[in-house]
Write a protein that binds this ligand. Sequence first.
Ligand SMILES: Nc1ncnc2c1ncn2[C@@H]1O[C@H](COP(=O)(O)OP(=O)(O)OP(=O)(O)O)[C@@H](O)[C@H]1O
Length: 620
Amino acid sequence: MMLKKTAAIGLPLLVLFVLSLIFPYLVDPYTIHVSNVAMVFGLLAIGLFLSMGIAGQFDLAQVAFLGVGAYTAAILTLHLGWNFWLAALAGVVISIIVSLFVGIPALRVQSHYLAIVTLGLSLAFTSLVINLPITGQAEGLSGIPSPVFFGVDLADDYLFYYFGLAILILGIAFAAFIVHTRLGRRMRAMRDDHLAAAAMGTRVPVLRMIAFAFGGLYGGVAGGLYAGLIRFVAPESFSLANMFLLLAMVIIGGRHSLPGVVIGAVGLIFVRSWLADFSIYAQLGYGALVVIFVVFLPTGIAGIPARLHQLWKSRRRASDTAGGMAVAPYVSYAVDAPDAVAPPHDDAPVVLQATDVVKSFKGLKALAGVSLTVRRAEIRGLVGPNGSGKTTLFNVLSGIHPPTSGTVEVLGTRSTTTPSYRLSLRGVARTFQNLRLFSLLSVRENVMMGVDRTKSRWSWRYIIRPISVLRADGRMRREADEILERYGLLSLADAVPSELSYGAQRRVEIARAMATKPKLLLLDEPAAGLNGDEVNQLKAIVNDIRATGVTVIIIEHNMGLVMSMCDRVTVLSTGKVIADGLPEDVGQSPEVIEAYLGDDAKLEKEMLDATNDQTEGTGR
Ligand SMILES: Nc1ncnc2c1ncn2[C@@H]1O[C@H](COP(=O)(O)OP(=O)(O)OP(=O)(O)O)[C@@H](O)[C@H]1O
C-alpha cells in the first residue's frame, strides 16, 4: 500500500524532473530566460504560500522581501565590492530581519487589517528605494556582476537555468518538509483556530513570526537569484503591480497547495511574457481571474482534483448505507485495572485552587468572585443556568482570558496570568462548548497536535537537525494512532472532522485533549448533542480518565450525567458560586432550585430523578 502510494507520487515527479532537465535543449533562449524568471517567482510564491497559505498571515509585503534581497546583493557588490554569493547571503539574512519587523503588526492584528498594514509597509519600501541615493533612486542599480559558481559563469541563461532549478527543487523540498511535519501542522492549526491551537500548546505569536520569517527567507533567496539573473534592480520590479501578480499566482494556483503555487507562478510568468504587448489588459485579466477563483474556486487550480474526489466520495457515501465512518464502541480499559486511581478523599493533593476570581467584560461581571478547590482524580461538575459564567471560568482556568482580579493555582504553581499554551504544556487540557477541531487537519493530525509537546525553540531543529524532526514526527504519529485506537477512532484517522458525525467529533476532541497527557481536564458540555448510547460511552470515557489519575471538571446541562458521574458539584449563578458539595446535597439546595427560576420544577425533577437513579445503582 505504502509502496503503491510512493510510486504514485514518485513516478510523476521523476518524469517531471527528467523533463525539466531536457527542457533547455527543446526551447529557444528567450523561453529559457522566461523560465529563469519563473523560477525566481516560484521561490517567492512558496514564501507567500508558507506565510499566507499555510499560516494564514495576510502578508502583502512579500515582493518587498524580494526587493530587499535583490537590493542588498546589488548594493554590496556594486558599492562595497563584495563577492556576489556573500552579498546574496547577506540579502537573505537582511530579508529575514525585515520580514520579522513586517510581522510585528501580526501580533496585534490579523486578516484584512494585517493585509492593509503589510501593504503599507510594502509601499514604504518602494518609496524608500525611489528616494535613497544608495539604491540608485528611480533609475535603479545596473551592472551587478554575474554570479560565478565554482568557475561556471551563470551569466549564460542556460547555465543559470540548472542552478535556478536546483535552488527551486531545494526550496520546494524544504517547504514540503515544513508543511508535512510539526511546524506546518501547527501553522495550519493556527490558521484554522488560533485559540484552539494555543490550548494545544502552540505559542501563537512566535509561530506568526516564524511564518513571516519563512516569507523573508524565500523572498531573500529569490531576491539574490533575481539580482544574479537580471543584474539590474529598479523600484518598478518590486511594485504593487508585481505584488498583485504574485497574489494572483498564489490564488489561481491554489494557496494551500505547494505544487499549486509553483504551477501558478510558472504559469503566470509565461502568460505575462506572452501578453507583454497588452500589459494593461493582462492586469485586468489577472484581476478578473483572481475574483473568479476567490468566489468559485477558493482552493485554486490545485483544489480541483480534491473537489472532484470529495464529490465522488459524497456520492459514494450517499449510496453506501453502511456509512463507513462509524466510531468503534468505546472499550473501558482503566476503571477496573489494578493500578486504577480511586475516587479522591479529602486529603488528596489540590490540583486546582481558584480564589476570588473576578472577570469583567466592559462592566459586565461574568465572574464575581469565584473560589474553587479541586483535588486530584476528582470529577467535578460545574453547573448553572445559561450565562452564569461557567465557560468564562474555563476560559480563565485555561489561560484564554486573564482574570480581572483573584488568583488561580494549578498543580501548586500560580498561573493567574499564564498564557494558554504554557498551561497546556503544564498539564491543563480542555474541550470547547462549540467543537473547535482543526477542520483543515485530519483526525490523526488533530490528535498529533495534542501529542506534540515541543516548545517553540524546538523549531531550530528544522535547520540544524532536520532528520530528528522526521523521526519525532514518526513517533508522534505512532502515539496518535495508539490514542485513536483506544478511543475507537483509528478507522477515521485520515478523515477530516467535517466528514464525521457530531458524536465522533466530540470524541475526537476528548482524544485530542487526552493526547496532551493532562493532569487537569476541562470538559465544556461534552454530552451536548450526543444520543443516549453516546452519553453512556462518554461516562465510561470520563471514568477511565479519572482512573488514570487525571482530574476532570465538567460543565454539563445533562443533570442525569452530572449527578451520576461527579464526585462533587459546584453551582454557579450570575458569576457566583451558590452551592458546592456532594451531588445529592446540591440537588436539594433551595438556592440552586431558585437559581434555575422558571426552570425550577424541571430541574428539581431532573435532579431527583438522577439521585434516584444513582441510589438504584445505575450511577458511578
Ligand atoms: N468574550 C466576552 N465578551 C463579552 N461578554 C462575554 C464574553 N464571554 C462571556 N461573556 C458574557 O459573560 C456571561 C457569562 O457567559 P458564559 O458563556 O461564561 O456563561 P455560561 O454559564 O457558560 O453559559 P452557557 O451555559 O449558555 O454556555 C454572559 O453574559 C456572556 O454574554
